[in-house]
Write a protein of this length. Structure first.
Length: 338
């Protein structure tokens, strides 16, 4: 009985820590198939959460054509909302792949009884393309991350191993009190607007909106996630499927991983073209105001990066030490050979 209660609480925690889903739970994969390659061969549909406008390698790679090259049709099922999470919709068969989130999201889902596995890396952290930027107003008394004690800091979810997680880690590393008022602002643009209006003292900002915000007059950057952790693994996101999907469609999973790696390499080498795609999707006139992530070009999920995330999550008390192992979260079985 106690285990059931813990699993239920973990599911509820995940539901509040991520954004929910509006995908149609009905219908089968076969009903969504229909697109074909140039030689008439049908593409395999992979359903994912979102509306095709998010800032990610699946959206960009889909636009460029890497998934079609691998025989895959990406089917966007709708923006997450309403309390369900991307990983839950994968478990329920609403979506096939999860394409957002970090290792800690996968860990929380697995501990809640959801049978999923990460199969490919996504973004990583980089000094020039930081995962998270910490921004304040130009006239703010905050000069460094040391000064956030007693201040209001915005975040997009109630608890995250990134965003506020990095800051909690920073405060712990520097023996500073965890006296910060976290203000949840989940919608795109809300955090930046609240900062400009003086409703919060600092915003935690991701691409693509951090690229817009940091260039606005009166905004100043005081730190990044890379400044805190100083490791590319700090930005690691992962992509994956349910264990059932992996077992039933191993060749599709392998093709998906190849398409992701192609997308990663192309985005890193073609930043201007990549940001142009995102700017068009977001209907931003000046693409110079949009930023994209730096992506892992190796096809494997780096074991040391996964260990870093598990340790980070333990350090900020997302779960107890030893509750889950990094090796429980992923497999490199389907990684491209190069």
């Amino acid at each position: 009985m106690r285990k059931k209660i813990i699993s239920l609480l973990l599911l509820l925690f995940i539901a509040f820590s991520l954004t929910g889903c509006a995908g149609n739970p009905g219908g089968s994969q076969a009903a969504q198939t229909g697109a074909a390659t140039g030689n008439g061969k049908k593409l395999f549909p992979i359903r994912v959460a979102g509306d095709g406008t998010a800032n990610g390698e699946v959206v960009i790679g889909n636009e460029v054509g890497f998934f079609r090259e691998e025989g895959i049709e990406i089917v966007f099922t709708g923006v997450l909302k309403g309390g369900a999470t991307e990983l839950q919709t994968v478990a329920q068969g609403i979506n096939d792949a999860f394409i957002g989130g970090h290792p800690y999201n996968v860990a929380q889902a697995i501990m809640a009884g959801i049978k999923v596995k990460a199969v490919a890396p996504g973004m990583i952290d980089d000094p020039e393309f930081p995962h998270v930027r910490y921004l304040v107003r130009e006239d703010s008394p905050i000069k460094s991350l040391d000064d956030i004690v007693g201040k209001k800091v915005s975040q997009s979810s109630s608890t995250s191993a990134c965003q506020d997680g990095y800051l909690k880690l920073y405060l712990k590393q520097h023996n500073l009190p965890l006296d910060v008022e976290w203000v949840k602002l989940p919608n795109p643009g809300q955090q930046e607007q609240a900062l400009k209006q003086g409703l919060v003292d600092m915003t935690t900002s991701h691409p693509p909106y951090s690229g817009i915000t940091v260039k606005q007059p009166g905004i100043r950057q005081v730190g990044t996630s890379y400044d805190i952790v100083k490791n590319p693994g700090a930005g690691l996101s992962v992509r994956g499927f349910s264990e059932k999907f992996i077992e039933e469609h191993p060749d599709v999973v392998r093709a998906f991983c190849r398409a992701l790696q192609k997308s990663h390499k192309w985005i890193n080498a073609n930043q201007k073209e990549a940001t142009a795609i995102i700017a068009k999707k977001l209907k931003v006139d000046n693409q110079d105001n949009v930023s994209v992530f730096r992506y892992e070009e190796r096809g494997i999920i780096d074991p040391s990066y996964m260990e870093l995330w598990v340790k980070l999550s333990e350090d900020i008390n997302l779960w107890k030490p030893g509750a889950i192992k990094a090796t429980d979260l992923y497999t490199n079985e389907f990684a491209p050979n190069d």
